[in-house]
Design a binder for this molecule. Sequence first.
Ligand SMILES: [Zn+2]
Length: 669
Amino acid sequence: MAHFGVDYYPEHWPQSRWPIDARMMREAGIGLVRMGEFSWAKMEPAEGKFDFAWLDEAIAVVAKEEIQVVLGTPTATPPAWIIERNPEILPVDHTGMVRGFGGRHHDCQSNEAYRAHIRRFVRAMARHFRGHPHVIGWQTDNELGNSHRTLCFCDSCKQAFRAWLKRRYGSIEAVNEAWGTVFWSQTYSSFAQIPVPLPTPNSHNPSLLLDWKRFCSDLIVDFQKLQIDILRAECPGQFITHNYMGFFEKTNYFHLARDLDFICHNQYPLHFRKDRDPVAPPERLAAILDLMRGIKRKPFWIMEEQAGPTGWETVSSTPRPGQLRLWTYQAVAHGSDAVVYFRWRTCLFGTEQFWHGILPHSGQPGRRYAEVKQTIGELTPLMPRLGDGGQGAEVAMLFSYDQEWAFQVQPHHFDFDYITHLMTYYTALHKAHVPVDLVSDAEDFSAYKVVIAPLMFLMTPDLEAKLRQYVAGGGHLVLTMRTGVKDWTNQVVPHVLPGPLADVVGLTVDEYDCLWGVSQAVRWQAGERAADPEPCAKWCDIVTPAGARPLAVYTMDYYQGTPAITANAYERGVAYYAGTELPPRTMRAFMAHVLATAGVEPLIAPAPEGVEATRRRGKDGDYIFLLNHARTAAELALPASWKPLIGREFVREHVLQLAPYGVALCISA
Ligand SMILES: [Zn+2]
């Protein structure tokens, strides 16, 4: 199998250019292209009139250069003639406004007319390309959920939501009970009265809002399944995948993955919009890749890797020399088996005119082409040696869409965010060079030495029992603020917090303090001498130990001196509790303590800021990726047993120099 590819849009270029592109791809070592995922209007210019000849020709051109093809179903872009015929397909946004044709995913995913168009089209496309010797697989749609962030609130979705609730709860009485609709006289006497959460004069029932998010996710899973069923039946032997978007949260990615052979992810470290980090920090990129590996607990692909500045109306900064290579190595290090760059050549027209590809608008190969070619040349011989054994992580973090959605409904503090909170833990582990798996709480996590279970706001008796059993069996469990507050319907449970796990963590939470207009600080005191206080933010659980030992305390106000972090021996394991969102220095001390107690060793000794060390279990040993995300050179000492495969710039014995954005790869047999 080829391991490196590009996203290619032959329909954007004259046919005379295709062989030139294909030859240049082959010369760069590219062996894969994804095509077709936005070209419905070209493949079906009028209902039932299919034209796949141009795509046949494009596949034949790349196949001559031994390049394999992944086809995308173009269902993210229903053509104008479909919208003209069935305007009821247009989606309704959260203000009740119909969104028009002209972008992409201008559609309602529960709408039966739209689904009928998809069935006809996908069946025809699947029948045309099934068994094609150069088409190895399919990508469903594109970035499902991306354009549906605040969609869709139409009548069809309202009916689908009611049917979903009926399947989930059985009766209207059960819905009333689960949502607590006695509050504000919201009791429903039939499913026909249940609204979609359009704006009210103030706000909605939190249980309705959480179920709405679950419904929207399930709708997307069901929408994808519609075409997967067709592709599975028509195209045995060709894989089916989908391109994910990291921490994007409209869809439960664990559920979306159940119908896929493997998942893909689109990685864009540089952003062009004000609401995103302009440059994603390396630990965030790493965490996203670890989540992608954790979705199916096996290797994944990058279906779109940034290949130049991104942009629509505004434009990101340009990748610095070395960054395309660095990001490729990082993706492979965290479990990607293929890296497909977005896109081959920068388009001359359309919304993504400034979403730059490997080639600039001119089509002349330049700096980015040379760097991609070098990267592919280095990694191609190594890819078959990498296995699917993961990173050999001894630490797991639990990741849950239900918890994330519950905090979106009620963030408690204006600045509170589920991912940001998770990242406080992940960042400390990443900077300590400790591999981490991000896994679903439905997984068996009993084999990990340390499990960090942040923000277990919603609890079930099964989950509580599983966590208790993990600690009893010798595990080191970290629980945090807001554990055990609610049940799965988003109602508060009337117990003393953290509920049934109180004896496991050895404390009770008697009060809490939202740090809104008040301040607080924590002091780590488990070391040889107490540290200086460090301000904490957003939230404090105020706890009473019942056996737990304080590792850090609050330093201000009426709960000064009470524990902020605790440890409790429970049967064969240890349960920790962190009552606040920990600031970086305290978090580093806490994680160092947990890792040392659990016997987890870092991959490398402390290294300069910006250096990442990641392990991937290969077929013939452990591959250690050393990645310098900083714009300055870094030196680091290596164990004598590691054999460098790529990056041999030793400044003295066992001391390696990494250039700015430089990489090295070693094997430890
Ligand atoms: Zn709808």
